[in-house]
Design a protein around this ligand. Structure first.
Ligand SMILES: Cc1ncc(COP(=O)(O)O)c(C=O)c1O
Length: 395
């Protein structure tokens, strides 16, 4: 048989296998894994969800088991709008929101609606690898923009906007994946100044924004740019990733209508049963209190992880100190490749994530991502010692 896989899925740079490997490593009980981005299951509201499920089935079982509208469950959409106002001082109305199968689906919807082959788009370099993979399925020319300690490099952004013709920029301004970095308020304002009055859209992804355990929150780009900024959100990191409930918030009517049309074509609608259970959970429980508990856990874990790095990592290795979210970004000394450290560490039973697939254009890099949200203190201690020893051997 001569099977001809599509050009799209045969692209040499398509890194789908890498994500599968990360998820596999995270699920392998014989490994100590810092490779994934999994929320800590101690924060999962299992009993509350059981109660919410029973209530939904008893109250409205037929609706929960029937087909439903493409845009999503109206009471859940209303809650998302209320939360935008409360947490970020943003005004979205229910007609701006589409509930999606995780924000990952929203990334694909936005790409399908916006990217023609050869279109220029901008991304932070490095950025979320599954976003890069999704964009590449639509054959854009990806223009990587340098990411500094305090956020996107606004000089490079301004130069790129002036000399090229990008359609949008994809950003994760809070506790970025993979670096854990957060944009300063100054960078946010400068970025808005660069983009205001241009045709460049912002796609702002904010899965970790509510998981701040220190410092002050900055404004969303939507606050400065309004309709020019489309937002992605998710319940994955604050309630449950398994329920697969995210959303896209878009005020531009032309884009919104196309997003909804594409969503309908993809899967008709997001699982209505899960949407209703989640909404019931939000009705019966205090989400703020739940997030406070998760933040406390993650803040303690980040601190412990950093203390292990201080103890075990050799001189010359540097790392970010996150104010929230789930990741620390480690930079190795000159001459050592992260993929080599990753390969040696896995032989010793520790999984980490080399930085390579998070860059649009760089391989053999010295950076790697360490996740701290889902490990016990014992695992962090043991794992960082092993990792530190591997680094020392290589140096
Ligand atoms: C930056 C970023 N965007 C989107 C997602 C996808 O999240 P969801 O579970 O909502 O699909 C993730 C998941 O790790 C992420 O880190």
């Amino acid at each position: 048989m001569n099977i001809k896989i599509s050009k799209r899925m045969s692209q040499p740079d398509f890194q789908g296998a890498f994500t599968a490997d990360i998820l596999k490593a995270a699920a392998n009980p014989s490994l100590i894994s810092f490779a994934g981005g999994l929320p800590n299951p101690v924060s999962f509201p299992v009993e509350e969800m059981e109660a919410a499920t029973n209530k939904v089935l008893a109250r409205d079982g037929v609706r929960a088991l029937q087909y439903s509208g493409a845009q999503g469950y109206p009471p859940l959409i209303k809650r998302i709008c209320e939360r935008y106002k409360k947490i970020m001082d943003l005004d979205f109305s229910p007609k701006d929101i589409i509930i999606t199968n995780g924000s990952q689906q929203a990334l694909d919807m936005f790409s399908a609606v916006m990217i023609d082959p050869g279109d220029q788009i901008m991304v932070e370099n490095p950025t979320y690898l599954c976003a890069l993979q999704t964009f590449h399925l639509y054959y854009p020319e990806v223009l990587p923009i340098k990411l500094n300690e305090d956020g996107i490099d606004t000089d490079m952004l301004a130069e790129t906007v002036k000399t090229q013709n990008p359609k949008f920029i994809y950003i994760i301004p809070n506790f970025q994946n993979p670096t854990g970095l957060t944009y300063s308020e100054n960078v946010r304002q400068q970025m808005a100044e660069v983009l205001k009055g241009t045709d460049v859209l912002v796609l702002e992804d904010n899965p970790y924004g509510e998981l701040r355990f220190s410092g002050e929150a900055g404004h969303s780009l939507h606050y400065f740019l309004g309709e020019q900024c489309v937002m992605l959100g998710t319940f994955s990191k604050i309630v449950s990733p398994g329920m697969r409930i995210g959303w896209i918030a878009c005020k531009n009517r032309e884009i919104f209508d196309k997003l909804l049309a594409y969503k309908t074509t993809m899967d008709l609608h997001t699982n209505i049963f899960c949407q209703m259970v989640l909404e019931q959970y939000l009705e019966d429980n205090d989400l703020d209190a739940h997030i406070e508990r998760a933040k406390k856990i993650y803040g303690e874990k980040a601190e412990y992880m950093i203390s292990c790095m201080e103890k075990y990592f050799p001189e010359g290795v540097t790392y970010t100190k996150p104010e929230g979210g789930m990741f620390i970004w480690v930079t190795l000394p000159e001459g050592i490749k992260a993929v080599d450290v990753q390969a040696e560490a896995i032989k010793e039973g520790v999984a980490v994530c080399a930085g390579d697939p998070f860059y649009e254009n760089e391989r053999g890099v010295r950076t790697m991502r360490i996740n701290y949200s889902n490990s016990t203190n014992e695992a962090m201690d043991k794992g960082m010692k092993i990792l530190g020893d591997v680094m020392k051997k290589m140096i």
